[in-house]
Design a protein around this ligand. Sequence first.
Ligand code: MN3
Length: 197
Amino acid sequence: MAFELPTLNYAKTALGAKGMCEETLDLHHGKHHQAYVTALNGFVAADASLAGKSLEEIVMATAAAGGPVFNNAGQHWNHIVFWDCMSPNGGGIPGKLEQKIIEDLGSVAAFKDAFKAAGVSQFGSGWAWLVLGSDGKLKVTKTANGSNPLAEKQGKVLLGCDVWEHAYYLDFRNVRPNYIQNWVDNLANYEYAEAQL
Ligand code: MN3
């Protein structure tokens, strides 16, 4: 069965007051993400060894070699997470997650600084992540291009923020630090993150 573009849990106008406009979501979801899905389906149709595999299985199977199948499968997986990691009611951190952040990362401010630093220091395109490591501790990581914590065995993803230019250029122009700051302050769906614990 072919992979499909997921439906957003909110209207494309719903994040405008939070710093992500309708045109950004229109292009990012409807064009960029759709292009990854279309490309991935083309590769699967042309390669019997990929047929019937889940998205996670394709990401894991192609992680070591990299290349176009991995890039498009990784980006499909990353964007499925990304849409769920934002909310029109984003920004508020529920108590259980807040306590875990304080225990493992020092403070909410320290978490936000680390997340912003990860995203800003990702040279070129990539992602910033909040993950639960195999040691049971939260950590902030980053990955390049279409890679992700699944492929790099960094842990279970709680939050993922797209720092490719297409994610922020209409709303924040070239100023990636402001996009990420706004993302952790106003857009991030911490209820989703807490539910992953
Ligand atoms: Mn993207």
